[in-house]
Design a protein around this ligand. Structure first.
Ligand SMILES: [Zn+2]
Length: 89
């Protein structure tokens, strides 16, 4: 019997369903600081390196909850991205 895998399942499989759900829950909880520059709460979490794929990632990006950073991680990278003034902190 062949194992059926469709494209939609692959990111979840790569990450592990539990991690994915926990991450997704955190993203959806509205957890985030205010922008230190303009005070906006319209903040996206920056994902550095290879994007961590989880269910709903594309939607989170579209709706400004997640911002994809660069591929190069220096170890001292900002964690948050302001969607209003582009400040990263
Ligand atoms: Zn701002």
């Amino acid at each position: 019997m062949a194992l059926e895998i469709n494209e939609y399942d692959l990111p979840l499989m790569a990450m592990g369903k539990e991690t994915s759900e926990a991450f997704s829950k955190q993203m959806n909880a509205g957890y985030g600081p205010r922008c230190p520059k303009c005070g906006s709460e319209n903040i996206a979490r920056i994902i550095w390196g290879d994007p961590v794929f989880y269910d709903g990632l594309i939607q989170d990006i579209d709706e400004g909850r997640v911002h994809i950073g660069g591929c190069c991680v220096t170890g001292d990278d900002p964690e948050w991205h302001c969607n209003d003034c582009e400040e990263e902190f």
